[in-house]
Write a protein that binds this ligand. Structure first.
Ligand SMILES: NC(=O)c1ccc[n+]([C@@H]2O[C@H](COP(=O)([O-])OP(=O)(O)OC[C@H]3O[C@@H](n4cnc5c(N)ncnc54)[C@H](O)[C@@H]3O)[C@@H](O)[C@H]2O)c1
Length: 248
């Protein structure tokens, strides 16, 4: 078991990639806080993990709301004594062409991805510094590197996460805390429109050298790697698990 007795927070873990990561972490022996805005889905994921012999709790939290995040992190610390691993995975899209995008759509996306990740980082980092141990994992996207039509907000947020990853890594290395980012390939409901739209799907697939969509379960092992001791000497890196889409 690569994460035996480690305590992990996975945000946006009620479905999709986050749910697959929470499940993979629990299978590797971690105690997992399944955090999501949607308590119902988070509770279902935690129940599945516990039924399979793992250890999980479900917590409702909007990562964009500072008070929610503080309360969530306190709850995890009260339950398991500390936080070793933070996965900043919660995410949304609010798609619109840039000349039609509302300020609200812009703010909402930056609020979840950037402010949400920052809120969670600050809520757990004090304890990690004290214990001289921590793993911070951010989630970015090909959109942050290549840009995307109709998603200037999402591309800006995901590019911002690259900067956050590098700053976090540089600032916290002295405390034995690593920070890395994963850029998952298209999978899960978030990209369902692209994957099912007759107009887009073939064009999009042509850009993926492995020529197929990802399964969240095949992206989860990369999250295990960055959370485990196998990546102890790796920090500030971006790993794309995207079927080769961002090869350049
Ligand atoms: N699916 C993809 O193809 C893809 C590709 C690249 C990057 N990503 C990134 O991977 C991450 C996970 O994406 P996914 O595809 O699993 O998404 P998803 O939409 O399937 O799941 C996201 C989860 O986050 C939760 N969430 C949304 N806003 C939240 C908030 N403010 N606070 C707490 N929870 C919140 C949702 O309730 C949901 O359960 C996101 O950061 C996304 O941007 C996804």
């Amino acid at each position: 078991m690569q994460l035996k007795d480690r305590v992990a927070i996975v945000t946006g873990a009620g479905q999709g990639i986050g749910a697959a990561v929470a499940t993979a972490y629990a299978r590797e022996g971690a105690k997992v806080a399944v955090v999501d805005m949607n308590l119902e889905t988070a509770a279902a994921v935690a129940a599945q993990i516990n039924a399979a012999g793992g250890q999980a709790i479900a917590l409702a939290c909007n990562v964009a709301v500072r008070a929610d995040v503080t309360a969530m992190a306190e709850q995890v610390t009260q339950t398991w004594g500390r936080v070793d691993i933070l996965v900043n995975n919660a995410g949304i899209t609010r798609t619109a062409m840039l000349h039609k995008m509302t300020e609200q759509q812009w703010q909402d996306v930056l609020g979840v991805h950037l402010t949400g990740s920052f809120n969670c980082l600050q809520a757990v980092v004090g304890g990690m510094i004290e214990r001289r141990y921590g793993r911070i994992i951010y989630v970015t996207s090909a959109a942050g590197v290549l840009g995307t039509i109709g998603q200037i907000n999402y591309s800006a947020a995901k590019a911002g996460i690259l900067g956050m990853t590098k700053s976090t890594a540089k600032e916290l290395a002295r405390y034995n805390i690593t920070a890395n980012a994963i850029a998952p390939g298209a999978s899960t409901p978030m990209t369902e429109t692209i994957r099912t739209d007759e107009k887009f799907k073939d064009k999009y697939l042509e850009r993926i050298p492995l020529a197929r969509w990802a399964e969240p379960e095949e992206i989860a092992p990369v999250f295990v790697f960055f959370a485990s001791d196998a990546s102890a000497y790796v920090t500030g890196q971006i790993l794309a698990a995207d079927g080769g889409m961002t090869i350049h």
